[in-house]
Every structure is written in structure tokens, then in C-alpha cells.
Ligand binder design. Structure first.
Ligand SMILES: *Cc1c(COP(=O)(O)O)cnc(C)c1O
Length: 340
């Protein structure tokens, strides 16, 4: 069996999670009558100190719904140039919200008020209206780098002062919370919207939840319907999310430890020129300039280790629930002995 580091989305439900799914109480969620979906939404809203929540089929949909809620056509969304909402959501900002995007250059995707403020447009008929800032925590393209809550607070202050909404793409927010020790509850008052993924490190098969105030979630529910994301007996899926929140949050620390162990070994490898410092469950490293990145990925695959290239010199390993310590030891041996 191959050891799969391509993404933390490749996990399969554990036996305990499957049991929870099979015994879920369900109803028609488009009528608001699925008790398990309602329980998941309430659980996350409480956890993040937000008024309401909406269960969505994917992180992309929950982000796109958020952007649609917080912008009007001709507005501008401000985000880092690495942002998932910009790079990996298929041009959805233009298609769904008819908004333009102002891309900023944060340090490994981390923005500051100093970077954001000069890019907020003045009220002038020539300029798009800057109506939304999107942060990502952890930053996927930044190698899983985290914001501390204390770095977010001044950004939230700036946005509030300028009348701009602030959304968090929290696909891996629980990795950030485990790594920083910040509390989910303290996130609610910083953001107008938060997307949380259940199908990344938490190990659920499907699902993401959008958190906001009651009025925004009402609007979001309509948009989800229009996008075709209204699901019926979705409680089977929501129960996997509840199970993940109950059982798979604290263990993210193991993924972080495993990622650091891989990074330590990669530092020593002669085919590697640079390893990005690891903060959570993502390891990004560059291969030596004389090597072809695909050749390195293929050499790993031949030894039973799956990973992805993310550029013509960078390779990504992501640790997750389905990679145990023994597999990490095996992978360390593969790194030690890789012949190119
Ligand atoms: C995975 C991911 C998403 C959502 O992805 P889906 O595959 O649509 O669930 C959003 N933002 C970031 C940073 C991600 O890594």
C-alpha cells in the first residue's frame, strides 16, 4: 500500500466515524428538518462564538457563498496572491460575484494592516469599491503557516474602521488553533464570516461549514440553494463532521509532529535545496536546480510514497489521519535512500 502525502483530503472514514454516520438521525435539510445537520451547525456556531452556521458540500462553496454575501458586482476583494479563493476556486469570484480582486504579497501568505491599508480604494468613481478582505489560516501555499490571533486583531480593526467585511478561509483553522493555542471562541468577534473544512485534517469524507450572523446565513442559505448545494438527508454527512470535531481535533498535533520529522530528514537530503519551516501539517521543499521535479516525485512513487509537485521546483507533503508514525519512519528511510 502506498503512503499518501498528496493531500489531507485523501483520508477515509474510520470505523468509529462510519458507525456514527450509519446511526445518524436525518430529515430533509432543505426544509431545515435534519436534526444532525442542525446539531453540527449549532455546535460550530457556538464553538466559534458566531450566531449561525450553514453546512455546505465543499470549502469552495462555503467560501464562494461568503464572497457573494459580502460583495456586490463591481466591488473588489482583497486577498494574498496565494489565496485559495483566488487561485484554486476556478475563477469563482468573477463568475459568482462579478467582483475584481486586489492581490497582495504577504510573507508566506500572511497579511498585515500595513500591507492591506494602502490597497483599500478611496471612494472615487474610477475605483472598484473595496468591500471584503479574505484571510486564509493556515496558509496552504505558505506551507501551512499560521496567523496568531494577535496578528488578526489589528486587521479586523482596520476593516471595521473602513467599513470592509472580513472573511476567514479556515479550511485548516483547527491546525492553526492546535499549533498556536488560540481559542476558536475568540475568532468569532474578529470575522464577519468563517469557513471551516471538515474534510481536510479532521478526516470527514465531505463538508464545510460557513459561520456568520443570522441575517448573513439566511442570505447564504438562498445562495447555497441557487448553487445547487441544498442537500436533503445530509445528516449522514454532518454526523461524520460532529464525530470529527469530537475525536480528531487534538490529534492534529501528531500530524504536525510527523510533518516536522519529515522536514528534518528532508533538510539532510542531497536532492533538496530548501525546506520551508514547518508550522502545521504541510511540508514544502525545493529540489536542487539541476533536478527535474517530476523525476523526484516519480522516484518517491516507485518507493511507495505519493506526493505532489506544486511548481517546477517545489514538492508538497501533507500529513493527516491516515498516516501513522510507522509510515513516517518508512518514509524517512525512503528519503534517506532515494536514488536520483
Ligand atoms: C481545500 C481548501 C479549500 C476548500 O476546498 P474544497 O476542496 O472545495 O473543499 C479552501 N481553502 C483552502 C485554503 C483549502 O486548502
Amino acid at each position: 500500500m502506498k503512503i499518501d502525502f498528496r493531500s489531507d483530503t485523501v483520508t477515509k472514514p474510520t470505523p468509529g466515524m462510519l458507525d456514527a454516520m450509519m446511526s445518524a438521525k436525518v430529515g430533509d435539510d432543505v426544509f431545515g428538518e435534519d436534526p444532525t445537520v442542525n446539531a453540527l451547525e449549532e455546535m460550530l456556531a457556538k464553538m466559534f462564538n458566531m450566531e449561525a452556521a450553514l453546512f455546505c458540500p465543499s470549502g469552495t462553496m462555503s467560501n464562494q457563498i461568503a464572497i457573494k454575501c459580502f460583495t456586490q458586482p463591481m466591488d473588489e476583494v482583497i486577498c494574498d496572491q496565494t489565496a485559495h479563493v483566488y487561485r484554486y476556486e476556478g475563477g469563482g469570484i468573477a463568475y459568482n460575484s462579478m467582483a475584481s480582486v486586489r492581490l497582495l504579497n504577504g510573507e508566506r501568505g500572511i497579511l498585515t494592516p500595513e500591507i492591506i491599508e494602502p490597497e483599500i480604494n478611496a471612494d472615487n468613481i474610477h475605483y472598484p469599491n473595496s468591500s471584503l478582505v479574505v484571510l486564509e489560516n493556515t496558509v496552504n501555499k505558505g506551507g501551512g503557516k499560521c496567523y496568531q490571533l494577535s496578528q488578526i486583531e489589528p486587521i479586523a480593526k482596520l476593516c471595521a474602521a473602513k467599513g470592509i467585511k472580513l472573511h476567514l478561509d479556515g479550511a485548516r483553522i483547527f491546525n492553526a488553533l492546535v499549533a498556536t493555542g488560540d481559542k476558536a471562541f475568540d475568532y468569532g468577534k474578529q470575522f464577519d464570516g468563517i469557513s471551516v473544512c471538515l474534510s481536510k485534517g479532521l478526516g470527514a469524507p465531505v463538508g464545510s461549514v460557513f459561520l456568520s450572523n443570522k441575517a448573513t446565513i439566511k442570505k447564504a442559505t438562498k445562495i447555497r440553494k441557487v448553487l445547487g448545494g441544498g442537500m436533503r438527508q445530509a445528516g449522514f454527512l454532518a454526523s461524520a463532521g460532529i464525530y470529527a470535531l469530537d475525536n480528531h481535533v487534538d490529534r492534529l498535533a501528531d500530524d504536525h509532529k510527523n510533518a516536522k520529522a519529515l522536514a528534518n530528514e528532508l533538510e539532510k537530503a542531497d536532492f533538496v535545496s530548501y525546506v520551508m519551516p514547518v508550522e502545521t501539517n504541510i511540508v514544502l521543499f525545493d529540489v536542487k536546480p539541476d533536478l527535474d521535479v517530476d523525476q523526484v516525485v516519480n522516484a518517491f512513487e516507485e518507493k511507495g510514497v505519493l506526493c505532489n509537485s506544486t511548481s517546477n521546483k517545489t514538492i508538497r507533503f501533507v500529513t493527516h489521519l491516515d498516516v501513522n508514525e510507522e509510515m513516517i519512519d518508512q518514509t524517512i528511510q525512503v528519503i534517506k535512500n532515494l536514488k536520483l
